[in-house]
Design a binder for this molecule. Structure first.
Ligand SMILES: [Zn+2]
Length: 501
């Protein structure tokens, strides 16, 4: 089936692998597509791919996703198509696709190509972290950069990986029992919206019932801090599971059983999300602020598995909740795992959220609910993330005050999880107001109309005092200080703000 025999492995190992994959394929009744990917230690910048495909149409294409999807095919070389008799078929490259001459739907083809991992030679919007790169300890590929596919209805796609001896392979897919490095992938989306790592990295699996976090660490200095990184990630994971009352829940037809987080050593800190997965660069020797940004990014993106993927929203009017409230819980999580303390929390709140909120170019002119539509989300980060963060804080404080800290925004999250988690139904603004009202024995309608659907400045001076905090906004800085003699309730509300209860 595969034309070339890999050179780097003992023949018997190859034979076993080869026949077990053949048996595995034969055992499948359907004519599912299959891919064979070969990594080579001699030529780490070239990955060889062979695929057996049943044609749905005459077009071979790559992912439509990514910062510049039209670039994916530029790195595919020596693409060749053979028919079921082994004859080479003419293929014409047209824009970012390949058209097979005289292709007939239902026909079987063998496709082969080399992927040249030279992506880093040019600039990519958002950085190389979500694209593809080679390091001395291994190769990171996004499924977007690797897979050439045909059709759209393919299911249970088989993938087998051949590696140099010292290498291992990490992917977020379900493995096939008994056959190493062999996977069945549900559809094209999960094939291409994935992150893969082949190398001498370390893979740590954190299982939590039907969900697992696959943690991939690459680079000597990152590995030196393995325990610290794993401990922090486990604690963040457990904080969120406890907060929400359960694991991330997939909506029908989707998969949330595995999230993969790849952390590679780098000079700078960066991160990119693909599907349920996250590729990050962290500088293990960077200063505290650098480390903090990295962990904030991790904990923010990770919470989206619940607030964004388990709970899903009607439209961008609720992005203040999806992004801002996620950031609020990110800060709580980092407090609870001991990553930040109260002073650092105040600093993050002022420097990151308050500064960007009041300095947003449309502050006072554009409502946060309107700031996230189309391309505005990144242009108005301050209104959506900052405004949303403080809306979450105000609502949390009000619910806590009204119920003597018996309930909080945490309960709103848990109720939403129970009623909407893993279901098709989408959440809109009125649903959020309804759930918060019920929890807080109050009516947030005017609050939302004024500060989220309206353009008024968040009334921080009204709400922080619920936690016994004095607010000073002089010179556009958010300065919080404890009032001298706090009531027990104010003390509890502040602890709650930091995520304790
Ligand atoms: Zn986000």
């Amino acid at each position: 089936m595969f034309k070339e025999l890999p050179k780097s492995r003992p023949f018997f190992v190859l034979l076993i692998t080869f026949f077990s994959f053949q048996l595995f394929l034969a055992g499948q009744q359907s004519s599912s597509d299959s891919y064979f990917i070969r990594f080579d230690s001699e030529e780490s910048k070239i990955v060889h791919v062979e695929a057996n495909l049943t044609l749905e149409d005459d077009t071979l294409r790559m992912s439509d996703y990514g910062p510049m999807p039209e670039r994916w095919p530029d790195y595919v070389k020596n693409l060749e198509v053979r028919d079921d008799e082994g004859q080479v078929r003419a293929v014409e490259k047209k824009e970012a696709k390949w058209i097979i001459a005289n292709a007939e739907p239902g026909a079987y083809i063998q496709l082969s190509y080399d992927l040249h991992i030279d992506h880093e030679e040019i600039n990519w919007p958002g950085g190389i972290d979500g694209v593809a790169f080679v390091r001395t300890w291994g190769i990171m590929l996004s499924g977007r950069s690797l897979f050439v596919v045909n059709g759209s209805d393919k299911e249970d796609i088989k993938v087998q990986v051949e590696l140099p001896d010292a290498y291992q392979f990490s992917a977020p897919w379900n493995g096939v029992a008994g056959i190493p490095n062999t996977f069945v992938v549900k559809n094209h989306l999960q094939l291409q919206e994935s992150l893969l790592f082949a190398g001498t990295h370390k893979e740590i699996i954190m299982p939590r019932g039907d969900f697992k976090l696959k943690f991939v660490l690459g680079g000597e200095e990152i590995l030196a801090k393995e325990k610290e990184y794993v401990d922090t990630a486990e604690k963040v994971l457990d904080y969120y599971i406890q907060l929400m009352g359960g694991n991330p829940l997939p909506t029908p037809g989707n998969n949330l059983s595995t999230a993969m987080v790849i952390i590679n050593q780098s000079e700078s800190t960066d991160g990119e999300v693909i599907g349920n997965h996250l590729s990050m660069f962290i500088n293990p020797k960077g200063d505290m602020q650098n480390q903090m940004i990295g962990w904030f990014m991790f904990a923010h993106e990770f919470y989206h598995l619940w607030n964004g993927k388990t709970l899903r929203f009607q439209d961008s009017e609720t992005d203040w909740f999806k992004e801002g409230v996620t950031s609020y819980y990110t800060l709580k999580a980092l407090n609870q795992v001991g990553m930040v303390n109260e002073e650092v929390s105040k600093m993050i709140m002022n420097n990151l959220f308050y500064q960007r909120y009041v300095n947003d170019s449309a502050y006072g002119k554009l409502a946060p609910a309107k700031a996230a539509s189309g391309f505005d989300k990144d242009n108005h980060w301050g209104l959506v993330y900052g405004g949303g963060f403080f809306a979450g804080v105000c609502m949390d404080m009000q619910i806590r005050k009204n119920t003597e800290n018996k309930t909080s925004l945490d309960d709103v999250m848990r109720k939403l999880y129970l009623d909407f988690g893993g279901k098709d139904a989408l959440i809109d603004q009125n649903t959020l107001i309804r759930y918060a009202n019920k929890q807080g024995n109050t009516n947030f309608k005017t609050f939302i109309e004024t500060y989220i659907e309206g353009t008024a400045a968040m009334p921080l001076q009204e709400y922080f005092p619920h936690a016994g905090m004095q607010v000073n906004l002089a010179e556009e800085q958010l300065q919080l200080s404890h009032i001298p003699e706090k009531t027990e309730l104010q003390h509890q509300i502040w602890e709650g703000f930091l995520g304790k209860n």
